[in-house]
Design a protein around this ligand. Structure first.
Ligand code: ZN
Length: 110
């Protein structure tokens, strides 16, 4: 996945690259609409992903977890509906085992 994800702009459908961590909010390069901010974070990028003024919804998931896969489209819907207001940070806990116990406000002070 790398450090960015590609999302389609909800208003003009242009595909944009959305970084895991950025100052401010990701905007469509074409129409400037706020983009759904859904990123895949890892143990390495987690701190950066949480360093935002937006509300962060963390999805700790695993490939073998059926309910996790069922929830994923709902989270993407939420990210689209609340574009510019929330960030959905998805963490594959099999790949990033350190992130699960760390995702508390105390572990990531602002
Ligand atoms: Zn757009």
């Amino acid at each position: 996945m790398g450090d960015s994800n590609v999302v389609a702009c909800p208003s003009c459908k242009k595909k944009n690259r959305v970084p895991v961590a950025t100052a401010g909010k990701p905007q469509c390069a074409s129409c400037k609409a706020p983009l759904p901010w859904v990123v895949d974070a890892t143990d390495q990028t987690m701190a950066g992903a949480l360093d935002t003024q937006q509300l962060v919804l963390i999805d700790l998931w695993a490939p073998w977890c059926g309910p996790c896969r069922m929830v994923a489209p709902v989270l993407e819907q939420l990210a689209t509906q609340y574009a510019g207001r929330i960030t959905v940070v998805k963490v594959n806990v099999d790949d990033s085992p350190q992130s699960a116990p760390k995702t508390t406000p105390a572990a990531f002070p602002r």
